[in-house]
Design a protein around this ligand. Structure first.
Ligand code: HEM
Length: 453
């Protein structure tokens, strides 16, 4: 242990100017504690040829090019002060369990999470995912690793990826590149393909914006403990060598079917299409939540996140229990519960199209410290569960956006905001607009592990 190393309590959130951050950020890869924030990203899936050439590629080419958390912060600070044009490429690297096995990594250096060890395919039934035979061909393979390479400029990214590919060809038997491209609305906010502003609510493990007073925390404090994502890296070399489990899922969106469902729901209840869609998501398109503004308007509060559901716990007549953001975060305690985790998704498939039935969607990515009690629990016990979260009109159906599985119970919507008796029960839950095309669990290890691999 060096003099400057301090013991870090993972049960806290930290400021990026703190000694704790300094002590962990040089060995920790970027994108875990805060998003890489670049709108063009290549996700390079790798199958290595043999352990020797894989080790060589990682040790002598890759590791010095990976963006540590410390480097990510330095880049972002330099951009803020105008010292940098923000065009630096971001790179990180994660192994699947197949990768650890293929490289013959010692058991005591291999991460222990059981879902990670068994891989995402083993969870197909638990998650109600499509049968593996129906996944996109590339994701039926057992990849060893994934690299995220991103840049603000698509041209720079293309050049960078082609240089990396040249080097990778010496070590890889096959690769597959999945391109993500962020899309924005007229206000410049990031949206997903159904047209809703995304990326508003997430646990802040770095508290900078909260400490600076830029985030209001009266009704909801998004400060997230480091251990919502970080775990000790068993292969790391320092006292503060951490890594995180990366969940990757390609989620295809049927925009045409979603729009039709919004329209039909609106007609049935004689409400606006905007309000019908907001009841499915829990926010209007511009991000305005259905709580606490009374009654909320599609144009009012935008990306506000300082709210909880305390005035709406019995029936969900303000924000339906089956809406996406309510299913995935009950906001029951004053801070994120242990199920919440940082989401790092990016859209794919080009520009917004009202008529797209497939080929567009979300590369859902998230960092977890325990896959079973975070991502898997959220998807299977909350989003896919008709009974959750209960209440006066239970069952509330599956999550209107990401719920997977047969649901005959039906979702509950309201004709009038805040009027408990204006309830409408859909015979069968709306859903099926999002199709999982494949994915994998990875571990994003410490840099000291990769240097000594
Ligand atoms: C194509 C698939 C998806 C779409 C279109 C989508 C869309 C959205 C949108 C529009 C929001 C509101 C913006 C925000 O609060 O940040 C949101 C929030 C959220 N989503 Fe998703 N999402 C998708 C997949 C998922 C998945 C797979 C999960 C987890 C299993 C998930 C978990 C969450 C969580 C936790 C929130 C924040 C809730 C809160 O704290 O209020 N989403 N999503």
């Amino acid at each position: 242990m060096n003099k400057q190393d301090i013991i870090i309590d993972l049960n806290q959130s930290i400021n990026s100017n703190s000694e704790e951050f300094k002590s962990l950020s040089f060995d920790l890869q970027g994108n875990i504690l805060s998003p890489h924030a670049r709108d063009n990203a290549a996700h390079i899936f790798i199958e290595f040829k043999n352990p020797q050439s894989a080790r060589k590629f990682i040790k002598y080419y890759l590791v010095d090019r990976i963006t540590s958390s410390a480097k990510q912060k330095a880049d972002s600070d330099a951009f803020k002060t105008g010292e940098s044009n923000g065009l630096r490429t971001f790179i990180n690297f994660s192994f699947s369990m197949n990768g650890y096995r293929f490289l013959n990594i010692d058991e005591h250096k291999t991460p222990t999470d059981s879902s990670f060890r068994n891989g995402m395919k083993s969870k197909q039934r638990n998650l109600n995912d499509p049968l593996i035979d129906f996944w996109q061909g590339e994701y039926q393979k057992d990849w060893h690793a994934v690299m995220i390479v991103s840049n603000k400029s698509s041209k720079i990214l293309r050049n960078r990826v082609s240089t990396i590919k040249k080097e990778l060809n010496k070590a890889a038997k096959s690769i597959y590149v999945e391109i993500g491209k962020g899309i924005t609305n007229n206000e410049g906010n990031h949206i997903e393909h159904f047209g809703y502003v995304d990326g508003i609510s997430k646990p802040h493990m770095l508290t900078d914006k909260i400490d600076d007073g830029k985030v209001s925390i009266v009704n909801w404090n998004p400060k997230g403990r480091l251990n919502l994502a970080l775990v000790e890296d068993p292969g790391g070399q320092g006292p503060n060598s951490f890594g995180s489990y990366l969940i990757f899922r390609k989620l295809d969106q049927n925009v045409k079917a979603f729009r039709l469902a919004e329209q039909k729901l609106a007609e049935k209840m004689q409400i606006s299409i905007d309000y019908a869609g907001a009841q499915m998501v829990g926010r209007y398109r511009n991000g305005t939540p259905l709580i606490p503004i009374s009654p909320p308007q599609p144009t009012s509060a935008g990306k506000m996140n300082d709210f909880n559901y305390s005035s709406d716990r019995t029936t969900g007549s303000k924000c339906p229990f089956g809406s996406h953001i309510r299913k995935t975060n009950q906001r029951n305690s004053s801070i994120p519960d242990g199920v919440q985790f940082p989401r790092r998704g990016i859209t794919y498939g080009g520009n917004l199209s009202e008529n797209a039935e497939s080929g567009v969607g979300l590369l859902f990515m998230a960092y977890n410290s325990n896959i079973g009690s975070q991502f898997e629990f959220m998807q299977s016990s909350w989003a896919n569960s008709t009974g959750f979260p209960g209440g006066a009109n239970s069952p509330n159906g599956i999550d209107s956006i990401i719920g997977q599985g047969n649901d005959t119970g039906g979702q509950v919507y309201f004709k009038e905001w805040g009027n408990d008796s204006s309830v409408l029960r859909e015979i069968k839950s709306l859903g099926g607009f999002v199709t999982m095309k494949g994915g994998e669990y990875f571990f994003t290890p410490s840099l000291s592990f990769l240097k000594n691999i």
